[in-house]
Design a protein around this ligand. Structure first.
Ligand SMILES: Cc1cc2nc3c(=O)[nH]c(=O)nc-3n(C[C@H](O)[C@H](O)[C@H](O)COP(=O)(O)OP(=O)(O)OC[C@H]3O[C@@H](n4cnc5c(N)ncnc54)[C@H](O)[C@@H]3O)c2cc1C
Length: 459
């Protein structure tokens, strides 16, 4: 990038908030996915006005701009595939307002999920969407990917908690969308359009989020099943009576990996292990616990464990929490690659999806551990390959294709919460069909020169 443009950027955000040497730029070339591409410059705006000036400069000079939160994304969304400017929003990290009279908070995009919930906890409230990356991921990143997590079964995903947004468009124009009312019937909803748009339509510089009171008490129930079909029946039966905060599942492969990673957990190596979390008043928790324990037993689960004691709860959750980190233990010579890692199927199809994924893994000789959110049909996978071997990448590509086609044939989709980014951009035609044509038209309306996060979402 021309030096005079870097100088103009420095005059907008301050010299200390621009990084243009190669080592710094390399650090901003990646997220948690397999992709890497070095930007020409990285800027750290502090205000919406600065983002406006950055966008005006970029638009006039047709420079690609990639918004970036904490870069925990798993599909290359924050990777500057075409170079240009990375706009890192992590320094816009203030909680601007906590409005308990209207059950909402106004935050800057760089606020971290856990930071927000630690503040809200002091007031007895919380912001429910909880990705596994909650200690790192930003609200801006969560909104832009419509992040989910374990609590989605009861509360929904990020989309369900966004009341309003401030967005800077490619031209530098600022849109203030939504407001503090809980309901609105005002025609097309632009706030919702920006949620999940992965930085391709505008840069979010402020968000108004709905919050709710913390449950008085919570409990955890863990139930092993020799047959995954019985586990699925138990989930269905529970959901017929109550909606737990979380219903998580681990398959045999991932249980083995967790046992190798944390041997003292000594999890039962069964077809499926279910984790339930429930919350409410102590009476409600007691009643729900009884219902879930009885239901699991009825579906042939022996050795069901449950507790509402805080330190015991932590112990019980350890197995599920270790799942992501444990995957490498399936075969330590191989490397985990984030591919086919986020399919979603109607919840009744979870056992079939798990079984078919296991078969596909066997067919290609690619080890896999499966875990995820049984309560909403979202199955995560950890697939392992020898990344030095090009043939392994070919196998992985075929495996991914079969997994996606299987999910779609079961009435599901290829990403529940991680998003599209670069990783799945090539699938958008297949997923949206005719719809992609209209999505491309929407992109043109907001970003006619195509400078915002090019190469993402298949647009
Ligand atoms: C260990 C681990 C566990 C995870 N668990 C979950 C999980 O349970 N559920 C889940 O949903 N995801 C999960 N993720 C994925 C990831 O954490 C989420 O997608 C998260 O929302 C990304 O936030 P981020 O701040 O890191 O965004 P980034 O990765 O920096 O960016 C993600 C996308 O948002 C865009 N973007 C970021 N900020 C803005 C902004 N202010 N304006 C416009 N666009 C913006 C970027 O351009 C990019 O396209 C996990 C990731 C890891 C590494």
């Amino acid at each position: 990038m021309k030096e005079d443009l870097v100088n103009i950027l420095a005059s907008i955000v301050g010299e200390e908030n621009v990084k243009s040497d190669i080592i710094d730029r390399y650090c901003y070339s990646m997220d948690a996915s397999i992709y890497k591409s070095i930007p020409d410059v990285v800027v750290f705006p502090q205000t919406t006005d600065q983002v406006v000036e950055i966008m005006k400069l970029a638009n006039t000079n047709e420079i690609p701009v990639t918004p970036r939160g904490a870069a925990t994304g798993l599909c290359g969304g924050a990777v500057p595939i075409e170079g240009g400017i990375v706009v890192d929003l992590t320094q816009m990290n203030k909680i601007l307002e906590i409005d308990l009279d209207n059950f909402c908070v106004r935050v800057e995009p760089g606020v971290i999920q856990l930071q927000l919930n630690q503040e809200l906890k002091k007031q007895g409230f919380f912001f429910p969407p909880t990705p596994g990356s909650k200690k790192m991921c930003t609200i801006g990143g969560m909104i832009s990917t419509n992040a989910g997590g374990m609590t989605a079964v009861k509360y929904g995903v990020t989309r369900n908690f966004v009341l309003g947004l401030k967005v800077v468009l490619a031209s530098g124009e600022v849109l203030s969308l939504g407001g503090k009312t809980l309901k609105r019937s005002l025609g097309l909803d632009l706030t919702q359009l920006f949620i999940g748009s992965e930085g391709t339509l505008g840069i979010i510089t402020e968000a108004l989020l709905r919050i709710i009171p913390l449950p008085e008490e919570t409990a955890v129930i863990v139930a092993p099943f020799e047959d995954i079909n019985e586990a699925a029946k138990a989930v269905n039966s529970v959901l017929n009576h109550t909606i737990p905060t979380a219903i998580e599942i681990m398959d045999r492969g991932i249980i083995k990996a967790v046992n190798a990673y944390v041997p003292e957990l000594n999890l039962p190596e069964v077809d499926a292990l279910l984790y339930f979390e429930i919350g409410g008043t102590p009476e409600e928790v007691k009643k729900q616990t009884e219902l879930i324990v009885e239901t699991c037993k009825k579906h042939k689960s022996n050795n069901v464990q449950w507790t509402s004691d805080p330190s015991e709860k932590q112990m019980l959750w350890q197995g599920r929490e270790a799942a992501g980190g444990a995957i490498m233990n399936l075969d330590k010579r191989l490397v985990r690659v984030y591919e086919a890692e986020d399919v979603c199927v109607p919840i009744s199809k979870v056992p079939e999806m798990v079984k078919r994924f296991q078969e596909i893994s066997k067919k290609y000789g690619v080890p896999v551990g499966l875990y995820g959110h049984a309560g909403d049909g979202n199955i995560h996978s950890g697939v392992l390959i020898d990344v030095r071997n090009p043939e392994e990448w070919q196998k992985l590509k075929k495996l991914t294709g079969e997994v996606y086609e299987t999910a779609m044939s079961l009435g599901g989709n290829i990403s529940a919460e991680h998003g599209i980014g670069v990783l799945r951009a090539g699938w958008m035609d297949r997923i949206l069909g005719e719809g992609l044509h209209y999505v491309k038209k929407i992109k043109k309306v907001f970003d006619p020169k195509g400078i915002l996060n090019p190469g993402k979402l298949g647009i």
